[in-house]
Each structure stands twice: as structure tokens, then as C-alpha cells.
Design a protein around this ligand. Structure first.
Ligand code: COA
Length: 244
């Protein structure tokens, strides 16, 4: 099953789709189904299609690769639980909801902070697509029904941005997290992440989960240092229309 992805389609200015579920039971009927999927890609003029699979679905990953999809990344899911029992020392950083007039500065951070993510790393794609995607995400969040855009302030300077969403069982999902480019590698990651955990603790939340690219060694080490555990990884694949 696949669907068109409205936010990437909007950010890129051409159609982008995602395979939602994939199971190869019988190779020949899978190839028949794939032909229908290809017709659907053509009919909608899809230029990029992606698929994320659990790490052990090698039958499916090999099938996708036989059809022109390419492996892009492994993603990891860091998770921390029992936040209420943890102790975080206070800091002068604060996280507050972003307002309309914060958008230009936050968009600028989102457009320049990321480099390890799938749209930045796929050599067939212009990395500016990745920049546009994260910038647009920040802008869209202000009107999103569930995602919240937070700015992390040190005095009157924006040090970082977080897009967060409350989930069931007093847990929070972090969608997008970034230190402003000029503040990276100076100890802010450690301080900001701890402050955010304390922030959610004060809200009464008890767990945090997120998704990172396995090649983002800096953030991987940060999560290890903070005491996060890792859930089962997933693999991401891209199909890019030739000549498109
Ligand atoms: C990744 C990121 C959060 C790290 O924050 P930072 O302020 O640059 O990192 P800090 O200086 O606070 O370092 C904190 C820890 O992160 C890890 N780390 C930071 N930079 C690292 C690097 N280049 N290589 C390996 N580990 C690194 C280390 O464990 C470090 O602690 P240590 O120095 O005691 O070992 C930040 O650089 C960032 O926002 N990057 C861009 C966006 C991004 O990747 N977001 C996160 C996932 S989508």
C-alpha cells in the first residue's frame, strides 16, 4: 500500500510518495503487484518514492532493490523511560512555544542544521530539497493539530528548536531536533537535551522517543551519554524517477 505525501510534495514542488506496507509472500504475484504500483507512480507523476522497512525484512528489501529502489540509511529509535524518576540539574536554558514572528529565525535554523538525513545524503537528489523540507516543516507546525514547535532560548538568543508531539501513556515523540548551526559542537547539545527532558518531566511526561539516522554519530553519542536505549532499527529506501 502506498500514498502520496502532501508535505514533501508541497516542499519540493513535485509529487512524492511513500510505500506504507510491503510484504513479499510470493515473488511472481509481488512482481504483478509492483507493475500496478508502477502504473500508479506514472499516473501521479511521482518523482520520488520512499519505503521504510523493519531491519529484518530482507526479502522485501531485496525485492525493492530488484525494482530500482536504493538503500539510503538505517534509522535508530532512541527511547528513554521513567523520566519522573530521573534527576536533571537546572540550567538557564528554557523551552517556550514558538510564535508566528519566530518563524523566519527557526526556518533558517531548520534549513541549515541538517546534513545526515535521507534527502541530504541521497547522491541523486539536490541537498537543497532536504533544506526546503525541514524549513517547511517548521512553518507547517504552527498550524498542526498535534505537533508543537518549541524554541530553546538562552537569554534572548535562540539556541535550538524542537518539534514535539504528546503520545499515549505520558510519552512524547521528538520529530525534529536541532541546535542552531553556529552553536553546534560547543556543549549545547548536552545542555539542551537535558533541559528538554526536564521540561517534559515538569509537564508530567514519563518517556521520550525519537528517530535518528545511524550515520549521525554526534547525536547517537549524545543519546548514549544521556542514557537512552535503542529499539529495533529500520531501513530506508528511495526510488527516484530517472531523468526526472
Ligand atoms: C547532533 C547535535 C544535537 C549535537 O549537539 P552539539 O551541541 O553539537 O553537541 P555537544 O557539543 O553538546 O556534545 C554532546 C555530545 O554529543 C556527542 N557528539 C557531539 N559532537 C560529536 C561528534 N562530532 N562526533 C561524535 N560525537 C559527538 C558527544 O557524545 C558529545 O559529548 P562528549 O563531547 O562528552 O563526548 C547538534 O550538533 C545538532 O543539532 N546537529 C544538527 C541537527 C541534528 O543532527 N539533529 C539531531 C537528530 S535529527
Amino acid at each position: 500500500m502506498a500514498r502520496q505525501i502532501p508535505w514533501d510534495t508541497e516542499a519540493f514542488g513535485f509529487s512524492v510518495a511513500q510505500i506504507e506496507t510491503l510484504e513479499v509472500v510470493d515473488p511472481s504475484s509481488a512482481s504483478d503487484d509492483y507493475r500496478k504500483f508502477q502504473d500508479w507512480l506514472d499516473a501521479r507523476e511521482i518523482k520520488i518514492a520512499s519505503c521504510r522497512l523493519p531491519h529484518d525484512r530482507l526479502r522485501e528489501s531485496m525485492f525493492l532493490e530488484s525494482k530500482g529502489f536504493r538503500f539510503i540509511e538505517m534509522v535508530l529509535h532512541p527511547k528513554i523511560e521513567k523520566l519522573q524518576s530521573l534527576d536533571f540539574s537546572p540550567d538557564n536554558l528554557i523551552a517556550i512555544p514558538a510564535l508566528e514572528n519566530d518563524l523566519p529565525a527557526l526556518r533558517e535554523i531548520a534549513e541549515h542544521a541538517f546534513s545526515h538525513e535521507r534527502y541530504h545524503i541521497d547522491p541523486r537528489l539536490d541537498p537543497r530539497l532536504g533544506d526546503a523540507r525541514y524549513g517547511q516543516w517548521v512553518v507547517n507546525t504552527l498550524s498542526h493539530p498535534r505537533q508543537r514547535l518549541l524554541k530553546v532560548m538562552e537569554g534572548d538568543r535562540i539556541a535550538a528548536l524542537f518539534i514535539v508531539e504528546s503520545k499515549e501513556n505520558q510519552s512524547v515523540y521528538w520529530h525534529l531536533t536541532a541546535i542552531a548551526p553556529q552553536w553546534q559542537g560547543r556543549g549545547y547539545g548536552w545542555r539542551v537535551w537535558r533541559m528538554m527532558l526536564r521540561h517534559h518531566q515538569a509537564e508530567g511526561q514519563d518517556g521520550v522517543m525519537t528517530t535518528i539516522s545511524a550515520r549521525n554519530v554526534a547525536v547517537l553519542n549524545l543519546y548514549v551519554k544521556l542514557g537512552f536505549r535503542f529499539l529495533q532499527p529500520e531501513m530506508t529506501f528511495h526510488w527516484v524517477r530517472e531523468g526526472g
